[in-house]
Design a protein around this ligand. Sequence first.
Ligand code: CP
Length: 345
Amino acid sequence: MKLGHWSLSQPLGNGYGRVAAVKRGRGVILASLITIDDLSNEDILAILDDAELLLPAAKGEVYLPLLQGKLLGNLFFEPSTRTRMSFEAAMKRLGGDVINLGDVSSSSVVKGETLYDTIRMVDGYVDIIAMRHPRQGAAQYASDSAEVPILNGGDGAGHHPTQTLLDLFTIRQAHGTIEGLNVALVGDLRFGRTVHSLSHALVRFGCSLTLISPDSLRMPSEIIDDLQALGATITQSENLKAAVPDADVIYMTRIQKERFPDEDEYQRVAGIFKLSAADLAPSKGGMIVMHPLPRVDEVAPDVDTTVHARYFEQAFNGVVTRMALICRLLGVAVPQNAGTNGGES
Ligand code: CP
């Protein structure tokens, strides 16, 4: 049986690949975030530092209207709970506002409107766009088409760089650093865009990676080549339990059912990794279990109450890191006293 997604067939536009040449000018062209390599290590650390300052505002403890008068366009052509809602929370916690494309089936996409036309139109409405699309490369295409910054909230099996920022923030909260850790990335490393982006960042910060997946869902060879060119220490394995004692971070991922061309192929690997509280017995005390969520059955509910579980804090960190990122791309400085008298209580 074939799987599929209706919006895979959404036309991008006639200008695909050439639109950069016809980009309109509205003064300064701001940068987008399409892959994590659009940010230097210094940029990443500065965003995490700003996110730290913004924690009280993200929790609603202070009101800090840094983004008053700014508007975010949320264009999600593929389902999302965390990414879409945390972008919205980030804007609203900082006094900004959000307009949503909403349910794609009630938009003009179903009349055949191209992505190019959609982007060219929405970028006249807003100051910045967060976008998710089922097609790999769509975020870059949108950025080439738009005047306002595009934040890639996931493009097919490609990249998910804003997830990487919240992942790194979560790791730094737990370990006090993102440098030199042993990180096990587990599950669907072939289609999982979160691990594609995160692996690049971790290697850039000198982490060692253990890549644990069934053979059919290994990390794509071009990503492995990139990581090795960065000097990565990588071990590939199918044995999750063997990786537990040495790991500082176990990053579980869902098998991405919607990306499989064939249901039978999915069924051969569904449920292949299941982490339970008992499996964590040999782990280091400070080891954390992360998951970008949603989970299916790869992390048992009994892990939630262990000292290792960090996935709900991780999801919250999507708000604070996206606040910091939006401020940066819109040229809004985060005050050092943002968490105290920088905001109105
Ligand atoms: N982590 C993540 O991208 O979740 P959503 O698919 O709910 O946005």
